[in-house]
Design a protein around this ligand. Structure first.
Ligand SMILES: Nc1ncnc2c1ncn2[C@@H]1O[C@H](COP(=O)(O)OP(=O)(O)OP(=O)(O)O)[C@@H](O)[C@H]1O
Length: 368
């Protein structure tokens, strides 16, 4: 297990984070400049920490109170950057061999051959990085990072420079890599869907802090605040006041809209009169012919045909002052065009409570 509890101050930026990660993939997600890369650099020992500790499988890598700071070379932490950073003058084989050059040739040859097969680059051994595609370079970078069997593998947006097809195959590769790499993987990504697919645990960054960390299902089911909700893909927000709680059902009155019923979230202390923000992902908004529970009459204000869905914007409220977004299944309903008047349904089971304080939110679409 990796346990991190660190503080680092820079001009205009404070990093103060604590988290733990087990074997498997943990995704770090957060706005640009929120401290994800800096955290990885601290774990790798590439930048100095002002205060705190880092423990790995019971071994102390850093403890500022005891002046322990293990050198990066002996931490056994691997790093893969967005821009591959392969040695341009070395072949693929020699790049992968770099971190295990202290081993006997026969042993290192065996490791390299096995890794090249696993990463589907077996035929590229004699090529130089300039003779490889971006995806191939990233496979080599992964193989090079894994060769010395690091206990932690840090991946800083490893797929962001790749096109969608290559990215998808590398994602699959990374998931299957866990069959032979049993260490801890931390994956920094800007992409919620990628982070969600790849990980079991997520850490959501906000201004040098971790706003929420834990099981990805729990974060999606109960985002800690609006930043987390936005990063987890909740575009639609409803801000209102709890008007009734009947058994497991909670009713939220949203001014100018309607009364929304949701299932009472577990372990949340809610009372009548509290202000609350509900969120719903665009994928879960449905169109209904007739008014039903949690539905709103709305007017379609935009339709974008995606390959696998129809992205629809609609306005609701007495003055159509609120805009929401829905991803509806294709083929698009013929009635779904700008100006159509329809009922949009926010199913109870897909409404989640965002944090507990709704005062900073506004009903409608969350930008981004
Ligand atoms: N060497 C440095 N000196 C001073 N400030 C730095 C240094 N490196 C990074 N920063 C600042 O620290 C903050 C965190 O940067 P970091 O690269 O960790 O963010 P990030 O979350 O990884 O962002 P991105 O997603 O854009 O990569 C930023 O405000 C950045 O400008």
């Amino acid at each position: 297990m990796l346990e991190v509890n660190i503080k680092k101050k820079l001009p205009g930026f404070d990093l103060e984070v604590a988290f733990s990660a087990d074997s498997g993939i943990m995704a770090m997600l957060g706005p640009s400049g929120s401290g994800k890369t800096m955290t990885l650099q601290c774990v790798a020992g590439l930048t100095q920490v002002d205060e705190g500790y880092i423990n790995l499988n019971g071994e102390v890598l850093l403890d500022t109170s005891r002046k322990i700071d293990i050198r990066p070379q002996v931490r056994r932490v691997g790093f893969v950057f967005q821009n591959y950073a392969l040695f341009p003058h070395l072949t693929v084989r020699d790049n992968i061999a770099y971190g295990i050059r202290h081993l006997e040739k026969a042993e290192s040859d065996g490791i390299i051959t096995r890794l090249m097969e696993n990463m589907h680059i077996a035929s590229l051994g004699h090529r130089f990085p300039s003779q490889l595609s971006a995806g191939q370079q990233q496979r080599v970078a992964l193989a090079r990072a894994i060769a010395p069997e690091p206990r932690v593998l840090l991946l800083d947006e490893p797929f962001s420079a790749l096109d969608a097809v290559v990215k998808e195959s590398l994602e699959i590769e990374l998931l299957s890599l866990q069959q032979f790499y049993k260490g801890i993987i931390i994956l920094v990504t800007h992409n919620f869907a990628e982070g969600y697919r790849m990980s079991s645990k997520m850490a959501i960054y906000e201004s040098g802090r971790i706003a929420q960390c834990g099981d990805k299902g729990k974060i999606v089911g109960s985002p800690a605040n609006l930043t987390v909700a936005g990063l987890m893909g909740f575009k639609n927000l409803l801000v209102g006041t709890v008007s009734q709680i009947i058994g497991q059902d909670l009713y939220l009155e949203v001014p100018g809209l309607s009364l929304f019923k949701i299932r009472l979230p577990e372990q949340m202390q809610l009372a009548v009169g509290m202000r609350l923000t509900l969120g719903i992902r665009s994928e879960f908004v449905r169109v209904s012919a007739a008014a039903e529970e949690n539905s709103l009459p709305g007017v379609v204000s935009g339709v974008i045909n995606e390959v696998a869905s129809t992205r629809c914007f609609f306005s609701a409220g007495a003055n159509l002052q609120y805009t929401f977004e829905a991803f509806l299944p294709p083929p698009a309903d013929a009635s779904l065009k700008v100006g159509s008047r329809l009922n949009f349904c926010f199913p109870t089971e897909h409404l989640v409570v965002v944090g507990q304080a709704g005062e900073t939110a506004q009903t409608g679409s969350l930008a981004g």
